[in-house]
Design a protein. Structure first.
Lengths: 345, 345
DNA sequence: CTGTTAGCGCCTTCAC
DNA sequence: GTGAAGGCGCTAACAG
């Protein structure tokens, strides 16, 4: 960092010691500086265009001001919404946030957490689903333990993970509730657009949906469950495949909204009407839902709030403390994509 | 950072000097380490769970591995798309990216750039529109000069700014082209949903649109230009106001897609059809456009590519070098929201 | 209230 | 090929 003025130069210019300059510019532990001197230091700093070196500062203080956020894909509205909450909450605490996209690749996720560890991030927030791979989980757990050992605060969004604070989204309950709601609307034949099997979030929602239906005496046929990428395009592909097979369902549940949106596109392209020909429901209640036609029935997850809460949860607990698990409730929102149909008991 | 193992400990455990350990773990300037020793060091490091302290490393090396991205609002699809490109390109270079949202507040933007300066970011990327405020521009320019002086690479996305590399989006040309295209489709009466006057991007697009129309002999009435926040809700509000006034236009141009989407919602709510009652066009071609009805005519801006290009541009030039300005071409995409109407010459 | 002196953890000329 | 020593910029005890 050539040509960068240092505290020492400011101190010299102001004719004071390093310590005094430091205290004048970044008031340290209680100690205060005489007004005249402080003024001189400030003037000198302004004159020379001084700017603290955050790295040096962090080093000496033993704590950084960075929180690391790991998401699947920042371009996904789900992740973007969470990120916006995280960034806002962090900003309020004077923290900077680095965001990394894993593109759903466990290896990349691990690499990112490693980087965060090296950066000695004050907090690391894991958003998005965990992977159902013991190998990956073990590595992740170990890495997070190191982060905690280094004094880093941690919070995971999604599902309960051994050993770290988590904001658990009520995926099962939400999906079950949705299933019951759809059943009460008269639907009896369902299909599910699921994500990859390793994605816990998807699995939980699928399981919850199945349970919910079972509670109503409806069984979810295995051939009516189709897996794909948990993305908009994944939803499109899955729906297209379902149609190819000759869809045998009056209502389709996509485990997240972006998949539902993709499914809607596939339906539209093949000339099927929602909800006339097929009813459709998603999960998350991402912002863009209010702008698509028809409005999509879904399960609301307060994404931005969750982002904020994750920062609060992480920063509000000691890294060494026992992990706290908080469950975020979800709420079924019925919209025009599932108007209901006369029950045929 | 308590309980964190240091290079010194690893060196001790391996029975070698600090220098050797350093070289073995992060191969420095050409120097190499004997295989047996290297193995011992690596083993010791793994044993103790060693992880470099990136801050200390950066400090000693004199260069960080962080690129700072400043956007208006990461929850906006426009920003999210750019961010995804930036993050991807940065990851390829082994760089970490911190993202900050300004929420269109110049003061916050300045604070963020300051923070990036303090972090001695390797690169800072300014996405989104600059503000037409000389005061703000001066401060920003000064700050960026400091960043450059500290060895930081810089790139700005949007419009040409004095003194920094920029990826200029062809806002004027794109809007003018769109205007001509719409004219050729038979539209003669236009209204524009603009952003705040200080937003250069909005001003440029508005000016381009006006010029384009003028070139076709059509004048854009001042009362048909309405300003609002450059957000989805801003578009909604602006459109609602336009309708209140008793809309007198056959085609509405929103200076960006999110505003157009908001406008569409307002139209729909009040029972107006697009394009039956009013034609509508936007700018940017954000991803979600393919999922709304009707498909929106717009001007395509390759957002993710721009994000990648911004990183390349910043990192590919010397901080001290003369700023390079590269203009990103745009392309008009006609869709169903502007089917055209018989010209009445 | 102010100045002095150690480090923070690591890399990098230098000698060997 | 390996080790010893200085320094990156700043803060935090300690004295005065």
């Amino acid at each position: 960092m050539p040509g960068q003025v240092t505290l020492a130069q400011v101190a010299a210019a102001a004719g004071v010691s390093l310590a005094t300059a430091s205290r004048a510019l970044n008031g340290s532990t209680g100690r205060t500086v005489g007004a005249p001197l402080a003024a001189r230091v400030l003037a000198a700093a302004r004159e020379l265009g001084y700017s603290v070196n955050a790295y040096a500062q962090a080093m000496a203080r033993g704590a950084t001001t960075t929180v690391g956020l790991v998401v699947h894909d920042i371009a996904d509205p789900y992740a973007a919404a969470i990120a916006s909450g995280v960034i806002a909450a962090a900003a309020e605490r004077g923290l900077i946030v680095t965001v990394a996209s894993t593109l759903s690749d466990p290896a990349i996720e691990i690499r990112h957490i490693q980087a965060l560890l090296q950066q000695r991030a004050t907090a690391v927030i894991l958003a998005g689903s965990r992977f159902a791979d013991p190998q990956v989980t073990a590595t992740t757990t170990e890495l997070l333990a190191s982060v905690a050992a280094a004094g880093g605060h941690i919070a995971s969004i999604g599902q309960d993970m051994v050993g770290v604070n988590t904001l658990a989204i009520a995926n099962r309950d939400g999906a079950a509730h949705l299933a019951r709601t759809l059943h009460s609307l008269g639907y009896r034949n369902f299909a599910v657009l699921a994500g990859p099997e390793q994605l816990l979030t998807s699995e939980e929602r699928l399981a919850g949906f199945r349970d919910g239906l079972a509670g109503c005496g409806v069984e979810l046929a295995a051939e009516n469950i189709i897996g794909a990428q948990a993305t908009r395009d994944g939803g499109y592909v899955a729906m297209a495949e379902l149609l190819d097979r000759g869809l045998d369902a009056e209502c389709v549940f996509a485990v997240n909204d972006v998949m539902a949106v993709g499914a809607m596109a596939a339906l539209r392209e093949q000339g099927h009407h929602v909800p006339g020909d097929v009813a459709l429901a998603g999960f998350d209640d991402i912002a863009m839902l209010r702008d698509i036609e028809p409005p999509l029935t879904t399960v609301r997850v307060p994404l931005a709030d969750i982002g904020r809460a994750a920062v609060d949860l992480a920063m509000g607990t000691e890294p060494s403390a026992a992990p706290v698990v908080r469950t975020v409730p979800t709420e079924v929102v019925v919209r025009a994509s599932t108007p209901g149909r006369p029950a045929e008991e």
